[in-house]
Design a protein around this ligand. Structure first.
Ligand code: FES
Length: 231
């Protein structure tokens, strides 16, 4: 006979009656994926299947400090128009990264493809809008594809000797003692720091250089609004 006291307590997920989403049983921890996210997760568009035979292309690769996941993006570009004619991708990221990058690949190539300059203006918010939203904790997954695309664009300009068009995102130092940059703050916000206390717990910002705290708070507000919208 089984000893019930040794059984783990598991609260089964429930099914949302309206749209069939699987949602957490406890509402305060609830999250769900839209049908569009699920469609792109189960049927990813433009996934790279055979790198060897893909032919001439530019490559962008990034890893996310938030979760250790990696993303690769390959683009083919028409040199005459600088439009992206094809985009393929591959990732070790989660379902949200797969869905976001799949959607981004469509947005970059639909209607004849966007130009490289237009592609640079594609924002994670635009991708999330087309997906119908992502859980807040998953926003950084959509940034992965966006960053890899920018790296691929730089690679294409590099290959075509147009170095003046390469845009390198360098961090500006905010905390001069600990050498913490605005990029570090951005990553911390994407990793869930939504208050200054959480930002400081993750980065130690301001502990050695308190004079940087007002600017750090301002950047925290800026990145929160950029990725999660106004409060
Ligand atoms: S890509 Fe790391 S959690 Fe989504």
């Amino acid at each position: 006979m089984q000893d019930n006291n040794t059984q783990p307590i598991v609260t089964p997920p429930t099914t949302d009656a309206r749209n069939g989403d699987v949602v957490a049983a406890k509402n305060e921890k609830g999250w769900f994926y839209t049908d569009t996210v699920k469609d792109h997760f189960f049927h990813p568009r433009n996934f790279m299947v055979d790198e060897e035979s893909y032919g001439e292309s530019a490559l962008g690769m990034v890893g996310s400090p938030a979760c250790g996941d990696a993303m690769k993006i390959w683009i083919k570009v028409d040199p005459a128009t600088e439009r992206i004619t094809d985009l393929k991708w591959k990732t070790f990221g989660c379902g949200s990264a797969i869905a976001s990058t799949s959607m981004m690949s469509l947005m970059a190539t639909e209607n004849g493809g966007v130009t490289l300059e237009e592609a640079r203006k594609l924002k994670p918010q635009n991708i999330m809008e087309r997906l119908g939203g992502l859980p807040a904790r998953k926003v950084h997954c959509s940034v992965l594809g966006d960053k890899a695309l920018r790296a691929a664009i730089n690679d294409w300009y590099r290959q075509h000797n147009m170095v003046e068009k390469i845009e390198v995102e360098t961090g500006r130092i905010i905390d001069r003692v600990l050498k913490i940059t605005d990029k570090d703050i951005e990553e911390a916000v994407l990793d869930g720091a939504d208050t200054f206390e959480k930002l400081q717990a993750k980065t130690k910002i301001g502990t050695g250089d308190p004079s940087c705290i007002p600017e750090a708070e301002q950047l925290l507000r800026f990145y929160k609004e950029k990725f999660f919208g106004a409060d």
